[in-house]
Design a protein around this ligand. Structure first.
Ligand code: SAM
Length: 371
């Protein structure tokens, strides 16, 4: 899509200086916050920040859907090149990010300055893709929009999306898509707000692929289908919906007498029942777990029940219920008599779903092959 518009005030006011390579602090103040070697800036406008980043980064992509601004960015790139600046590693595209999410491939850092409040109904699709690929996000807001929003006034034509011009709105998005906050500058600082997020480093043992292989390998080895865990290859991930009964086919008997009975008692009596007289409690005791730890676990189980009852069974972004379809891997006999979906976590959540009468749940399916 091509939209026509005139250059931003900051660019017009400092046009000659910018062409000579003297950059206003509006742009330079952002550079120290932008980590990573490959950067994608959306809403790159006249290209000043993207070209500035190109001086020190490996590769920069600047996306701008407004044609005039994009053309201005190309002119600036040419001018800086004539001055001997490093700009060939910066590429501009006159496109809308929503139709070009593939450009996020191999990007370390997503940057959007005074831009994300325009994403509107595309916010979720854009950030879902960013969250899958980018280690860092740098979101810049607009102090005037943010301050007016807090007073109930909406500047421009983005209505309540002005919330995303504020540090609170940008923080909410960063956290919702799995980033931890590295820096937050509020609009009350007198400058434009800024939110810098980074992906937490996940321990290998909590990664879906690791968990699935670890849980499935013993079964495959026992049936002589593999000799080493590394022979299981995960080729694809997808989110699907399955019935709770289908997902519970694996280990159903144990979960039934242990977790489901326990949650049934909670449903009936609240926290007022004798936990020590349950299989759930006894199993922990038999495994040598200390009484205080068991009580902590029980309270966590109750809290989980309350939150699923209140909000429904949601797909947990960091810790989804993970399954692999064994059709074509195990024999038809195994699938008929044992289970088709090999589940490697989520016992507590499934027991709660069963007790609450939830029929279907979202799960993360790992498509596997044996090599
Ligand atoms: C307010 S300007 C900010 C420009 C620059 N980042 C700055 O801080 O001066 C927002 C820019 O984002 C661009 N933009 C908004 N949504 C976009 C999208 N979905 N894809 C590409 N560009 C977009 C607009 O055309 C506009 O030039």
């Amino acid at each position: 899509m091509t939209v026509k518009n005139k250059p931003s005030l900051a660019f017009r006011k400092n046009h000659d200086e910018i062409y000579q390579g003297k950059i206003p602090s509006k742009y330079t103040r952002l550079v120290p916050y932008i980590k990573g070697n490959t950067i994608l800036e959306v809403g790159a406008a006249e290209g000043v920040l993207s070209l500035l980043l190109a001086q020190t980064k490996g590769r920069v992509i600047g996306i701008e859907r407004n044609e005039e601004r994009y053309l201005e960015a190309l002119r600036l790139q040419k001018a800086w090149k004539l001055q001997g600046k490093k700009v060939d590693n910066c590429q501009f595209f006159n496109v809308d990010i929503i139709n070009n999410l593939n450009l996020l491939q191999d990007i370390d850092t997503f940057v959007a300055i005074r831009t994300m409040y325009y994403f509107k109904e595309n916010m979720d699709k854009i950030f879902t893709n960013i969250a899958k690929r980018c280690k860092f996000i740098v979101l810049g807001g607009n102090k005037n929009r943010a301050i007016e929003y807090a007073k109930g006034n909406y500047i421009g034509n983005v209505a309540e999306n002005n919330y995303y011009a504020s540090s609170a709105g940008m923080t909410e998005i960063a956290i919702q898509y799995g980033y931890v906050l590295d820096h937050v500058i509020s609009e009350t600082s007198g400058e434009d707000p800024l939110v810098v997020g980074k992906k937490p480093i996940q321990k290998a043992s909590t990664l879906p692929e690791y968990r699935l292989k670890d849980s499935l390998a013993p079964y495959l080895k026992k049936l002589n289908l593999i000799s080493k865990e590394s022979e299981i290859e995960v080729i694809h991930y997808k989110t699907i919906e399955l019935t709770v009964d289908e997902v519970l086919r694996k280990s159903r008997n144990v979960i039934e007498e242990c977790h489901i009975v326990f949650m049934g008692l909670y449903k009936q009596y609240g926290r007022n029942f004798d936990y020590k007289n349950t299989v759930y409690w006894k199993r922990f005791v038999d495994n040598g777990i200390d009484k205080k730890k068991i009580e902590e676990k029980i309270n966590g189980f109750f809290d989980l029940y309350d939150s699923i009852r209140k909000d429904g069974f949601l797909m947990h972004k960091k810790n989804p219920v993970i399954v692999a379809d064994l059709k074509g891997i195990m024999s038809d006999d195994f699938i008929e008599k044992k289970w088709r979906y090999h589940r490697c976590n989520g016992t507590h959540r499934l027991a709660i779903a069963k007790v609450l009468g939830i029929e279907k749940i979202p799960v993360l399916e790992l498509i596997i092959q044996l090599n």
